[in-house]
Design a protein around this ligand. Structure first.
Ligand SMILES: NC(=O)c1ccc[n+]([C@@H]2O[C@H](COP(=O)([O-])OP(=O)(O)OC[C@H]3O[C@@H](n4cnc5c(N)ncnc54)[C@H](OP(=O)(O)O)[C@@H]3O)[C@@H](O)[C@H]2O)c1
Length: 232
C-alpha cells in the first residue's frame, strides 16, 4: 500500500489516476476546487484553490498529517485561451503561470518541507518544447515547469523528480481544443481533432493503466528529466 498525493483530482487525468490507485488499495490524497463525483474510501479529498497560495500549506497539513509520500503527482493545470502571443493579455498569461508554475512551487515547498517524498511526477506537456502557434501562455508555463522540476531535482537529491508529457488524453481540456479552436487559425490542433475518438487519444482511465505500467521505466530516467510517455 502506498501513499500518493495528486493535485487536480476532480476531472480528467487526475481523477482517473486517483480512482485507479484507490481501486488498487493505495491511499490517495488529492485536492481540487470542485467536489468529487465518485467517492472511494481510499480517496481523501480536500477542496483547495491552488491560486490561493497562502492557504495551501494549512490545507496540506490538514489533509496529510505528516505522512510519508511514495508518489506526488503534480497534475492540476489549465490550458488558457488559444491565442497568439501578441494577442494574449498579460492577465491571461499571468493567470496561466500562476497555476501551472507558481502554485507548483508552493505545493512542492510545503510537501518537501513537511514530508519524506520518494518520487515526484510533474505532469508537463509536449507543448513545453513545441512552440506551436496559439499555445502561448500554456507553452511558456510548461517549459518553465520543466525547469522548475529540474531545479528542485538538484536541491533535493533524496527525492526523484520527473516532468512527464502524458501525450493526448481525452479530458475536458480536449473539449475546448477539439470543439472550439479553429484548426485553420491554429493548425497544430488538427492533429488533436483527428486523434479524438481513436487510440491516439486514450480515455483518462486507459491513460491511468498505462501510467502505472510505465512508471518503473519513467523513474529510470535521471532525476530532473523531461520524459514524453509517447517515446517510451
Ligand atoms: N488532456 C491532455 O491531452 C493533456 C496533454 C498534455 C498535458 N496535460 C496536462 O494534464 C494535466 C491535467 O489536465 P486534464 O487534461 O486532466 O484537464 P482537466 O480535466 O481540465 O483537469 C484539470 C484539473 O486541474 C484542477 N485545477 C485547475 N485549476 C485549479 C486550481 N486553481 N486549484 C485546484 N485545482 C485546479 C481541476 O480541478 P478544479 O477545476 O475542480 O479545481 C481539475 O481537476 C494538466 O496539467 C494538463 O496541462 C493534459
Amino acid at each position: 500500500m502506498q501513499n500518493i498525493f495528486i493535485s487536480g483530482i476532480s476531472s480528467g487525468i487526475g481523477q482517473a489516476l486517483a480512482q485507479h490507485y484507490a481501486q488498487k488499495g493505495h491511499q490517495v490524497y488529492g485536492v481540487s476546487r470542485r467536489s468529487l463525483s465518485t467517492l472511494n474510501s481510499n480517496i481523501h479529498h480536500l477542496k483547495m484553490d491552488l491560486l490561493q497560495h497562502p492557504t495551501i500549506g494549512k490545507g496540506l497539513d490538514e489533509l496529510l498529517n505528516k505522512i510519508d509520500l511514495d508518489l506526488v503527482i503534480l497534475n492540476a493545470g489549465v490550458l488558457g485561451r488559444m491565442t497568439s502571443m501578441q494577442e494574449a493579455t498579460m492577465n491571461e498569461l499571468k493567470n496561466t503561470m500562476e497555476i501551472n508554475l507558481w502554485s507548483q512551487k508552493v505545493l512542492l515547498d510545503c510537501l518537501l518541507q513537511n514530508h519524506k517524498v520518494k518520487n515526484v511526477i510533474g505532469i508537463s506537456s509536449g507543448a513545453a518544447i513545441n512552440g506551436n502557434l496559439g499555445w502561448s501562455g500554456y507553452s511558456l508555463s510548461k517549459a518553465a515547469f520543466n525547469m522548475l522540476i529540474q531545479l528542485y531535482a538538484k536541491e533535493f537529491p533524496l527525492t526523484h523528480f520527473i516532468a512527464l508529457a502524458p501525450g493526448l488524453v481525452d479530458t475536458p481540456m480536449q473539449d475546448y481544443l477539439c470543439g472550439e479552436v479553429d484548426a485553420v487559425k491554429f493548425p497544430s490542433v488538427s492533429r488533436l481533432q483527428a486523434a479524438r475518438g481513436t487510440e491516439n487519444m486514450p480515455t483518462p482511465s486507459d491513460f491511468a493503466i498505462r501510467f502505472e505500467k510505465e512508471l518503473p521505466k519513467i523513474l529510470q530516467f535521471d532525476s530532473g528529466s523531461y520524459v514524453d510517455l509517447r517515446n517510451l
